[in-house]
Write a protein that binds this ligand. Structure first.
Ligand code: PGA
Length: 261
């Protein structure tokens, strides 16, 4: 693969004598979409579109489990990492429908999404379980992408910051902040086409950074990220990447997001 150009903000920080450690992480969450054949077609179209991307941009996709090995067969030839959509805290056992870290490592998976609002809503995932999953990822050498976010009712009642603070404190307890991604995903913005105002999202991402107390933790925004709003979202000071659902299923849309300006 061709060497990619170094991003301008990296050069500026270098000349200002500032260490640049925060990575940009653009992640796609395919949810319960994409067969193996569709995955192959997607990758054939997508890979050439991200070849010249900046060096500090990390592109990640979480395919369904059945497509992980198809995905992994391409991963040697590109700078595209695989995430799992969940992870259990045990290596094996009687846990029907769960996936173990050992199984994921076998397929070169590098990240694990935990605490997404869908399992929180449909399967009553608790902050305690999410915390166990995040710690399991870290102790097995995978980086957890821990999702937090408030509902519309909570936001309208003025409770967003309190809810996010609780999810961060309980979900991240005992985790290593230097090997962590937190995705702020307001639930009312997921799959609805309603994006959180970039300034509002940035405020919450800053709050999360302050709560964690580690300046270089990677914080993403998620919720109706599209080619037409990515540039504004990524211009925010405390947003280091995005977690994308619907728009990550189309190679052209997701490549435009990955190549944000
Ligand atoms: P969306 O999903 O981009 O389709 O809103 C985001 C997510 O669920 O992570």
């Amino acid at each position: 693969m061709r060497k990619r150009p170094i991003e301008l903000k990296v050069i500026i920080r270098y000349f200002l004598g500032l260490n640049f450690v925060r990575q940009t992480v653009i992640a796609g969450n395919w949810k319960m979409h994409m067969t193996c054949a569709e995955t192959e077609n997607f990758l054939k179209d997508f890979i050439p579109l991200i070849e010249n991307i900046n060096t500090n941009r990390n592109i990640v996709i979480a395919p369904p489990y059945t497509a992980i090995s198809t995905f992994a067969s391409f991963s040697d030839s590109m700078n595209l990492n695989i995430a799992s959509q969940n992870i259990h805290w045990e290596d094996s056992g009687a846990f029907t429908a769960e996936i173990s870290p050992v199984m994921l490592l076998e397929h070169n998976v590098k990240y694990a999404i935990v605490g997404h609002s869908e399992p929180r809503k449909y399967f009553s995932e608790s902050d305690e379980q999410i915390n166990k999953r995040a710690k399991s990822a870290q102790s097995n050498g995978l980086t957890p992408i821990v999702c937090v976010g408030e509902t519309l009712e909570q936001r309208e009642r003025g409770e967003a910051e309190r809810i996010i603070s609780r999810q961060v404190e309980q979900g991240l307890e005992g985790t290593n902040s230097s090997d962590l991604i937190v995705a702020y995903e307001p639930i009312w913005a997921i799959g609805t086409g309603k994006t959180c105002e970039a300034e509002d999202a940035n405020k919450i991402c800053k709050l999360i950074r302050n709560l964690i107390g580690y300046e270089d933790v990677v914080i993403q925004y998620g919720g109706s990220v599209k080619p037409n709003n990515i540039d504004e979202i990524m211009s925010m000071s405390d947003i280091d990447g995005v977690l994308v659902g619907g728009a990550s299923l189309d190679p052209i849309s997701f490549a435009r997001i990955a190549n944000f300006k």
